[in-house]
Design a protein around this ligand. Structure first.
Ligand SMILES: *Cc1c(COP(=O)(O)O)cnc(C)c1O
Length: 374
C-alpha cells in the first residue's frame, strides 16, 4: 500500500460548495441563490467573451509560458517593470508558489486567523509551520474581525520566512489602515517576505486603506497579490498575479510555476479585462452601493455587521452559524459558514440579496431565541 506524506494525509478532504442548480432541484424551486464564493454576479465582460472566442481557435497550441502580453499590460497598468510581475493560475497558486519558494521544513508562515483558509493549508503542503495570530474586535465590544498587526509583528520569529496580510480580510471584510500597516512593515525584519493579499482591492472605498502597490515601493521585502477572479469576473479562468518591489521575488514565483499553468484563454481574457477597466470600475461601484444597502438592512435587523471593504459581508453568528447556514440553504440561499464563528455572504444582485434577506428573516424569526448570539 502506498501512503501520502503524513502532512498531506492530515489535510481536510476537499468539500465542494453546494451547486445552486443541484440545490434548486433537490428542494424543488426554480432557482437557488449562490452567495458563497465572492464572485461578482455580472456576466463576463463583452471584451472577455470576444477574446475567449478568438483565442479558442489557437488552443491546439501551448500557451505563452511567460505570459508576455499580459505581463506587459500589468506592468503598464501598475507602473512597474515587467520583471516585477509574476502571473499565476489564480492568486491561490501564486500563494502556493511563494510557500514553495520561501519556506522549508523548520521555517514558518505567519498570518492572522481567521483569514483566508488557504494559508494554513499551503503551509502544510510545503511542510512549513504556521504562526496564526488571532483577530481582535475592530469595534468596542464587537466580535474578533480585524488584524492585530502588533501581535502579528510579534509573532514573526527567526524561523518565519513569509507573512500574509489579507487586506481586506477574507472572510471578515475589515481592512487595516495606512498608519498601522506602515508601522507593521517597518517592524518586520527585511529578511521576511510580507505578502499583501489584495484579492478585493478593487472594492476598497476607504481612502485610509492603502494601496499595497504604493506601499511596496522602496520596500524590497514586500509584494502584492491580486486576482482576476473577483472584481474582474474571471473566476472560471484562473488568473492571478504578484507584483513585487524586488524582481527576485517575482523571479522566484516564476521558477516555481507549473509550466503552462495559465491557459491561453485565461491570458487573453485577462488582457481584455484590463482593457475594459472603466466597465469594471462601474461594476465595482454597483457592488459597493449594494454592499452599503445590505449592511444597512442587516444592521436594521440588529446584526452587528462590521464595515466591509470587500464584496461580501460577515455575520458573526457564533455558535449558531452552521444552523443558520443550513436553514438558509433549505430556503435556496447558499452562503459560506465558518462553524462557530460566522457567516460570509457575498454581495449579489439586489434581487439575490433580497432573496437572502427574506430567507434570513424567516430563519431568524422561526428560532426560539429570536436574536443571534454574537
Ligand atoms: C479569492 C481569493 C484569492 C484568489 O483567488 P484566485 O481565484 O486563486 O485568484 C486570493 N486571496 C484571497 C484572500 C481570496 O479571497
Amino acid at each position: 500500500m502506498v501512503s501520502a506524506r503524513p502532512a498531506v494525509a492530515a489535510m481536510p478532504a476537499y468539500r465542494p460548495g453546494r451547486n445552486p442548480a443541484d440545490l434548486a432541484r433537490e428542494i424543488g424551486v426554480d432557482r437557488a441563490v449562490k452567495l458563497a464564493s465572492n464572485e461578482v454576479a455580472f456576466p463576463p465582460l463583452p471584451a472577455v467573451l470576444q477574446a475567449v472566442a478568438t483565442t479558442a481557435g489557437e488552443t491546439n497550441r501551448y500557451p505563452d509560458n511567460g505570459a508576455t502580453v499580459l505581463t506587459a499590460a500589468l506592468a503598464e497598468r501598475y507602473r512597474v517593470a515587467p520583471e516585477q510581475v509574476a502571473v499565476g493560475c489564480g492568486a491561490v497558486t501564486v500563494c502556493q508558489q511563494l510557500a514553495q519558494a520561501y519556506t522549508e521544513p523548520g521555517s514558518s508562515i505567519a498570518f492572522a486567523w481567521r483569514s483566508f483558509e488557504m494559508y494554513p493549508l499551503l503551509a502544510q503542503v510545503a511542510g512549513a509551520g504556521t504562526r496564526p495570530v488571532p483577530l481582535v474586535p475592530g469595534a468596542d465590544g464587537g466580535s474578533p474581525d480585524t488584524h492585530d498587526l502588533t501581535a502579528l509583528a510579534a509573532a514573526v520569529d527567526e524561523d518565519t520566512r513569509l507573512v500574509f496580510v489579507c487586506n481586506p480580510n477574507n472572510p471578515t471584510g475589515t481592512a487595516v489602515r495606512r498608519a498601522g500597516l506602515e508601522r507593521f512593515l517597518d517592524s518586520v525584519p527585511d529578511t521576511v517576505l510580507v505578502v499583501l493579499d489584495e484579492a478585493y482591492r478593487e472594492f476598497v472605498t476607504d481612502p485610509d486603506v492603502p494601496d499595497g502597490v504604493e506601499l511596496m515601493r522602496g520596500r524590497p521585502n514586500v509584494a502584492v497579490l491580486r486576482t482576476f477572479s473577483k472584481a474582474w469576473g474571471l473566476a472560471g479562468l484562473r488568473v492571478g498575479y504578484l507584483l513585487a518591489e524586488d524582481p527576485a521575488v517575482a523571479d522566484a514565483v516564476r521558477r516555481t510555476q507549473v509550466p503552462f499553468s495559465v491557459s491561453s484563454l485565461a491570458q487573453a481574457a485577462a488582457v481584455a479585462a484590463l482593457a475594459s477597466e472603466d466597465e469594471v470600475r462601474q461594476r465595482c461601484a454597483a457592488v459597493v452601493a449594494e454592499r452599503g444597502r445590505l449592511t444597512e438592512e442587516l444592521r436594521r435587523r440588529g446584526l452587528p455587521v462590521a464595515d466591509s471593504q470587500a464584496n461580501f459581508v460577515w455575520l458573526p453568528l457564533g455558535e449558531r452559524t452552521a444552523e443558520v447556514a443550513a436553514a438558509l440553504e433549505a430556503r435556496a440561499v447558499i452562503t459560506r459558514p465558518f462553524a462557530g464563528e460566522g457567516l460570509r455572504v457575498s454581495i449579489g444582485t439586489p434581487e439575490e440579496d433580497d432573496v437572502f434577506l427574506g430567507a434570513l428573516d424567516a430563519v431568524l424569526t422561526s428560532e426560539p431565541a429570536g436574536r443571534p448570539s454574537t
